[in-house]
Design a protein around this ligand. Structure first.
Ligand code: C2E
Ligand code: CA
Ligand code: CA
Length: 523
């Protein structure tokens, strides 16, 4: 039906015209016109003919006016429709990539399908697969090429994903996460498509003359159409994607029920971690740091230990990770640091306390003042504290990291660069920040004998430390052979199972007296 007849004004106009024509026909049939002529002739000297002419013209003018008003109204409605459509688009699309967003997905705007060439058209409605894609290392690229460059990368990634399928079936769920809805795929085809997605995303992308690369983790699952909302399938695809991500970059996995169990386990762990922090059940243990030139104990590194209610030891990387993600890290850190500072007061003055700071904490502008507050409450001199940070902790927010490190240095606290050689852009960081110590990661100490290249790297790292006048610590010293090699290369400090594992405070005190006794007997 034409738009004109759809509007109320249009319908009224038609009704009036029909009514007018009916009246005219009736008038003609009943010869009203003859009566009118007679009437006008009779009264023409009083100007009735002119009055009828005026009424006729007025009628025509009103008609034209009405038509114009209707046209105006139509235009107004078109504008309103366009504004509505624009608002709708804005609410359901991502501005950067122009892809539909999570809201569009939730409204199930599934339109034209990505079809597997082999699949029958009528199959698609019964066979929907949701792919969840998350970029690996996007943050690093963002830091490298800036936010504008990062935007350019996301646009290119979106284009590449769309090129594999259909733009209407690709959604950006915010950040670096995309959802693809595919139809009519066999299990083999799904696996193949997931690999294609990874290939498409990981090809180098040229941004401002830089060829940058990101990885991609992909998870996917079928939608049980009719039995569940589409979001449930997307949630399972997400779980599979997280599992794929935990296996390293560029993995793809189909959802399995065990992944759901893992999530439940993690949620339970989060609850018990919260309880453990409030009960102060997580304790610092102390691993000795040995001055390799004198054989003397020169410090202890505090390492968090958590024995769960069931007596099982939960590894620090597991609970530190959860504490970081849930924001519990600050409370845990302050508590552990306070315990460690009070333990360190019992040690000889030359024995320092090394304490790990996680990357997330380095984004906290108040980190230095938090540390200083704990120090002053415990009365441990700042010179006896060494903060260990990893290379990755410096790239999240380099400006904040620089301020925090300056404040710590100004207070007299030492800074060690931990896990040296395993992170990101180590040399650039050595040039930019002032470190008092570098800790060579245990992976180098463990492999230097089997791999000549690793040996050369260890030599180079120790040489670098010497020339920059920064002390070096070798981690993971487990054997006498390794100790001899490190001594020969002039490494300053050793840490590892050869000297001692991390131990509770009481054992650390015994370790100190035993070590002193054995040094005295060998002297
Ligand atoms: P890290 O800072 O590199 O700590 C050294 C890790 O190496 C410790 O593992 C230690 O037990 C282990 N280690 C020491 N000597 C040897 C050895 O000879 N051989 C082998 N194979 N391993 C050795 P741990 O205690 O499991 O801690 C793992 C990581 O968890 C730490 O790595 C650190 O990044 C983090 N972490 C531990 N405690 C804390 C904490 O209180 N705060 C923060 N932010 N992170 C912590
Ligand atoms: Ca450390
Ligand atoms: Ca380390």
């Amino acid at each position: 039906m034409p738009a004109f007849f759809q509007s109320r004004a249009g319908r009224q106009c038609v009704s009036i015209v029909v009514f007018g024509v009916t009246l005219w026909l009736l008038g003609t049939l009943l010869h009203f016109d003859d009566g009118l002529v007679t009437f006008m002739i009779g009264f023409s000297e009083y100007g009735a003919d002119k009055l009828v002419l005026a009424l006729g013209i007025a009628g025509a003018m009103s008609f034209i006016y009405s038509v114009l008003r209707i046209a105006d109204l139509r235009k107004e409605m078109d504008l309103r429709d366009a504004a509505q459509a624009k608002a709708d688009w804005t609410a359901t699309h991502d501005h950067l990539t122009k892809l539909p967003n999570r809201y569009a997905f939730e409204r199930k705007l599934l339109s034209r399908p990505i079809l597997d060439e082999e699949a029958e058209i009528e199959d698609w409605a019964r066979n929907v697969t949701i792919f969840s894609v998350d970029l690996d290392g996007f943050k690093k690229v963002n830091d490298l090429v800036g936010h504008k460059g990062g935007d350019g990368l996301l646009i290119e990634v979106a284009k590449r994903i769309c090129a594999l399928g259909n733009a209407d079936c690709v959604y950006r769920f915010g950040g670096d996460e995309f959802i693809i809805v595919a139809f009519g795929m066999t299990a083999q085809r799904e696996e193949h498509f997931a690999k294609l997605l990874i290939q498409a995303v990981t090809r180098p992308i040229l941004i401002d003359g830089f060829a940058v690369e990101v990885g991609a983790s992909v998870g996917y699952d079928r939608w049980a159409e009719g039995a569940e909302p589409l979001e449930d399938a997307a949630h399972r695809a997400d779980l599979a994607m997280y599992e794929a991500k935990s296996r390293g970059p560029n993995h793809s996995l189909v959802f399995e029920a065990s992944m759901q169990d893992k999530v439940a386990e993690r949620a339970a762990l989060e609850t018990s971690l919260r309880a453990a922090i409030s009960k102060k059940a997580i304790k610092p243990f102390y691993q000795p740091l040995i001055d390799l030139k004198t054989g003397q104990l020169c410090g202890f590194e505090a390492l968090a230990r958590w024995i769960g209610d069931d007596g099982v030891n939960i590894p620090p990387p597991v609970f530190i990770d959860i504490a970081e993600e849930t924001g519990m890290i600050t409370a845990l850190f302050e508590d552990l640091l306070a315990q460690a500072c009070s333990d360190a007061l019992d040690w000889p003055e030359h024995v320092t306390l090394s304490f790990n700071v996680s990357p997330v904490q380095m984004e906290d502008r108040l980190l230095a003042s938090r540390i200083l507050k704990v120090l002053s409450a415990s009365r441990l001199p700042p010179q006896r504290l060494e903060v260990e940070i990893t290379e990755n902790a410096l790239i999240q927010d380099p400006a904040v990291a620089a301020v925090v490190l300056d404040e710590l240095h100004a207070a007299g606290i030492q800074i060690a660069l931990d896990d040296f050689g395993t992170g990101y852009s180590s040399l650039a960081q050595l040039a930019r920040y002032r470190f008092d110590k570098i800790k060579i990661d245990k992976s180098f100490v463990a492999t230097y004998r089997d791999d000549e290249r690793q040996e050369k790297i260890v030599r180079a790292m120790l040489g670098l430390g010497r020339s920059l006048n920064i002390k070096t610590t070798a981690e993971g010293v487990e054997e006498h052979g390794q100790l001899a090699f490190l001594l020969q290369l002039g490494c300053d400090i050793g840490q590892g199972y050869l000297f001692g594992k991390a131990m509770p405070a009481a054992e650390a005190s015994i370790f100190i007296s035993d070590r002193n006794a054995s040094l005295a007997s060998t002297a």
